[in-house]
Design a protein around this ligand. Structure first.
Ligand SMILES: Cc1cc2nc3c(=O)[nH]c(=O)nc-3n(C[C@H](O)[C@H](O)[C@H](O)COP(=O)(O)OP(=O)(O)OC[C@H]3O[C@@H](n4cnc5c(N)ncnc54)[C@H](O)[C@@H]3O)c2cc1C
Length: 392
């Protein structure tokens, strides 16, 4: 059994009564992006996770290269992949993208992000639930090391949405499931390879992400009931690779509310993983940054919590359409006859169409957002307040 780094025994002193201005629950892509946005704001920021930072990789860790560059995370890149290939029973196509993917080292990326988080503190603790909300606005969060309180609380804890009640629970919840293996690799290949074959998985896809000395080969199913271990092993065998070093997780495929009961949600907890592609790292960064900017406006006295909740939820809602389009495609594509799918993929292969389609896709959470100057929070908040009923 894998033993993950976390504080144990005597290190697990009580955190009962700990207070912070901002409590960020979850220290992966979304949580660290929120904390990064609060660097040098002067606020006391506490980040908690059940494991040490960078300890538990759950994804193939492929992200658009421009995002890694914009965030100053290029040192974590293991391999750049300028191409994508799609294989169906009707044939294969290979596209040169207008931007590239890069596979990265999860631990290194998290530590690089953490370096950018200024004075934020970190504690390992398992977050269990939300407790009381006090008259002064502070919210209690119950952890296995005691109750921590803060007026600004972020749930970046992943698909389960721990600080909501009830949590999301498979197989009923709108979740996909993914499993991958990490065999040795020789660094060859320049494409992120995708398989859309019912013989592998009825509703979903298989992938291979070359990452320097390892390949990340896996299968995702949009249907949470369907197990993906057997298809993952079969895909690895087909690629002549050993099915070793397993990792897997659930991931959401439907956008959720960005706020609930005075709490901010970012990343998978808010359903920010893009349907169809199951790409959730870039979007966790993107919405994490948006959330962090609203929180920063509050701690700097330019906004208050109510206005920030409204503005962030408004930002979240503004992305409903592309998420709905991707979900519709996620439902449609598995129903297409393989020959039709192959014909469509080869039609899209025209470079101008590839550039437009993948340009549109990247623009749904564009890397320029990292350096964009946020709209003055007060103005955002004023505009947001005019939107009725948007706070939940
Ligand atoms: C097999 C697989 C492959 C994938 N590959 C890709 C890919 O290549 N590219 C891509 O863009 N997306 C990929 N995804 C999706 C992507 O992994 C997620 O969308 C992304 O990780 C979401 O980031 P997050 O920060 O919101 O949540 P997470 O990365 O899930 O982080 C949640 C954090 O919260 C912590 N936590 C959870 N519960 C608790 C608790 N109760 N108390 C304390 N801490 C807790 C966890 O330890 C973790 O650090 C993949 C998903 C799977 C399952």
């Amino acid at each position: 059994m894998t033993v993950r780094a976390t504080s144990r025994g005597a290190q697990r002193t009580s955190l009962e009564g700990t207070r912070a201005e901002v409590l960020i629950c979850g220290a992966s892509f979304a949580g660290l992006a929120v904390a990064r946005e609060l660097a040098d704001s002067g606020a006391s920021v506490l980040v908690v996770d059940r494991y040490e930072i960078g300890e538990r990789q759950t994804s193939a860790c492929a992200c658009p290269t421009p995002w890694l560059e914009a965030l100053g995370l290029s040192d974590s890149i293991k391999q750049e992949l300028p191409y994508m290939s799609f294989t169906t029973p009707g044939g294969s196509v290979r596209y040169r993208l207008p931007w590239s993917w890069s596979s990265f080292d999860y631990r290194q990326l998290c530590l690089l992000l953490w370096d950018q988080c200024g004075q934020a503190r970190f504690e390992t603790a398992k977050v269990e639930s939300v407790g009381e909300q006090h008259a002064d606005g502070t919210i209690d969060v119950i952890t296995d090391r005691g109750t921590i309180s803060a007026p600004l609380v972020v749930d970046a804890l992943g698909w389960r949405r721990v600080l909501s009640s009830p949590h999301y629970q498979p197989p009923q919840a709108p979740l996909s499931r993914g499993l991958e293996v990490h065999p040795d690799h020789d660094g060859s290949g320049d494409a992120l390879d995708i398989w859309v074959e019912r013989g592998i998985v009825r509703r979903g896809y298989g992938w291979r992400v070359p990452a320097g000395d390892e390949a990340r080969i896996g299968v995702g199913s949009y249907d949470p009931v369907q197990h993906v271990k057997e298809p993952t092993v079969e895909l690895a065998e087909r690629l002549d690779r050993d099915a070793v070093r397993y990792q897997g997780n659930w991931f959401p495929h439907r956008l959720r509310e960005g706020t609930e009961d005075e709490i901010f949600f970012a990343g998978d907890s808010a359903g920010h993983c893009f349907p169809l592609s199951g790409e959730g790292i870039r979007t966790a960064f993107y919405f994490g940054i948006a959330c962090g900017r609203e929180l920063r406006a509050v701690v700097e006295g330019r906004s208050d919590r109510s206005a920030a909740l409204i503005a962030y939820q408004r930002f979240n809602c503004a992305h409903k359409r592309p998420f709905a389009v991707a979900l519709a495609l996620q439902r449609l594509i598995p129903t297409l006859p393989p020959r039709l799918l192959a014909a469509l993929l080869s039609m899209i292969g025209n470079q101008r169409i590839v550039d437009r389609a993948f340009g549109w896709y990247l623009n749904q959470a564009a890397p320029q957002f990292v350096d964009s100057i946020p709209a003055p929070a007060a103005a955002t908040a004023r505009a947001a307040k005019t939107l009725s009923g948007a706070s939940r």
